[in-house]
Design a protein around this ligand. Sequence first.
Ligand code: C2E
Ligand code: MG
Ligand code: MG
Length: 688
Amino acid sequence: MKSLRTQIAAITLVSISLISGLVIWVSLQVYEGLYEDFVSEQLQSLSDNMAVDLLPYINDAPGSFSIVSVLLRLDEYENIEFAHVYNTQGMLVSSYMGDATSTAPFDNAGTHDVDEQNHLLSLDYGLYVTDGHIQIVKMIGNPELVQGKLILSYKIKNALSASRLDFTLSTLPFVLIILVLAVFVALELQRRSLLPLFKLIDQMRHIEKTKDYAVAVNIEGKSEIKALTSGFNSMMSDINQQTALVHQKNRLLTRQQEQMEKLANFDPLTGLPNRQFLMKSLRIELAKAKRSHSDVALLFLDLDGFKMVNDSFGHDVGDKLLCQIADEISKSLREGDIIGRLGGDEFVVILTDEPSLMKVEEIAHRLVVTLSTSRMVEQWKLETGVSIGIALAQDCSYNPATLISNADIAMYHAKRSGRSQYILFTRIMQDNNQRMIRIATSIYSALENNEFFLVYQPKVDATGKVKSVEALLRWYNPHFGMVSPGEFIPVAEQSDKISAITKWVVTQVCCDVPHILAQHGLDTTVSLNLSASDLQDEKLIQFALSSVEDLGRYARCIEFEITESAYLKNFQSGNSFFEQVRKIGCKIALDDFGTGYSSLSYLTEFNIDTLKIDQQFVSQIGKSERSELITVTIIKMAKNLNLTVCAEGVETLAQANFLLQHGCELLQGFYYGKPEPLEVSNNIELTL
Ligand code: C2E
Ligand code: MG
Ligand code: MG
């Protein structure tokens, strides 16, 4: 691409050359005119003189020497074509042929042919300029006495071209010098006036390269360039401001992006990687391990008793505890091990670089020991523990989701088998888990298909009379066969389906009440079991209350059984529920007493009617003095607190005798009767 400078220079050169050419051409035209006038004047004078000189000899004989000698004076003049002298009769008296004579149309004597002569003779006196020739027709004599005629022809064409050449050659050097000077001056002037523009262009190129917009160009040059420069400066200042603003915004955005990335990848409470980041890291580590055929171990940690800390001491204490625990886990690990928080009280540790099983177990053991010690949070001494599930990548074909799920299953087993321990995932656990998943997904259809039914187990007094019956749920599924509540109730609790089951049980028990009362007497108690999560479900509580209220005066027959641990887990919501059911005359029994926290001191605060001694104590009667002692103590204490005592799982007469002997009022167990379906009689006369 040609530069602006070159283009302007070329335009200037062409313009000056054209103008110069035009000036030369006009000058030549003027010069030719002037030259023609000059030659005409000269010829006029010459012909005047000759006419005067010829006058004395005009009447001489043709070819007279005197006339010829006058005519021969024309030899001094170049470019004379011819000169003819005629007498008054029109006869050619003498003729002169000059150097510039053209060959035709002359006759042998060198004179013109007749036509030409006639033409020349017919011309009036005067000067004729035609096609490169000047012809003068001059009168010899005076107008009163015309003696003859002189016709002179001059070939101006030749003289003109010679003169033009001379003129051109003489003026050309000046013209060239002027031309060069003009070009130089024009270019210099242009350069000077365009200099600010070129400076501006250079500055723009510089800015283009450096991206430094904080520049200002000196305002100089002509007004247009001044306007351009000041416009450029103001544009640069705008761009500079905008760039500074953009930089500022970019910095802000980068900071926000960093914060968002941190928020997206890290847990704000503990600062540990969160689920998303963990999954990313896990995928990378598993891909690496898969390529090198090495193994990766994943530890799934769930704190024991954390919910209780949260419920009892508040979320602030819970949060601080989580931070301390996160810190302790980090400290127990090697550099390079990955640790993250999945949410709640769940943490994950990823051990890479093919750790040996021994090493993995050693780390898991260390974590269990470290996290099972008591620690101070604010003014509280907190006892927690941790259950850990371990899974290996090679057992799940390096699938990240399965690896976490396997470790979770193993952790669940660790929890179920006593907490504060670690368990390695096995395939049997997976099978169990799959069965659990199938059970969980079949619950709603089981309710729809009436696969659930109730059986009732009696509770008798010392005389053997049935004082109460407990509704126990059964599930027969065509695919699974009989599924025990010990299996499906925890699954339903975990999969948030327990409330649907409890609703069904409450409805069914309320339906059965008239039949039970008809069978065992109007003061028989009918108890049904509630789960821990039922106590948190306000809708369910309202449903249970209104269903029981619908029993009218027989509502007082209903007793709700809740396990000691479930009650402790939901102490406040439990108490509020108990208060409401008490108002409509229902009773509360604390189930499986002795298996949970067994905090006897709590009993004074418990708002209950009956205490059910767990069958694990009853089964030890006659076998373990220690268990017997505890059983006796529980009975005494319960009686002191005015609670009714019921023993579960009585299988022998000896157990029954022992319990009755120490004041136990109600006995429940296979010895007295297994849980059986209700005998429904069609003609009961009980009206609610
Ligand atoms: P639970 O409420 O403590 O019920 C007593 C369990 O002990 C029943 O087991 C009963 O069949 C069993 N049992 C009774 N007498 C004896 C005996 O002499 N020897 C032995 N070995 N066992 C005896 P089941 O029916 O399998 O229920 C297990 C647990 O499932 C119940 O313990 C209760 O916690 C839960 N459950 C049962 N039905 C329901 C229900 O409708 N709702 C809820 N939420 N839980 C239920
Ligand atoms: Mg029970
Ligand atoms: Mg029980």
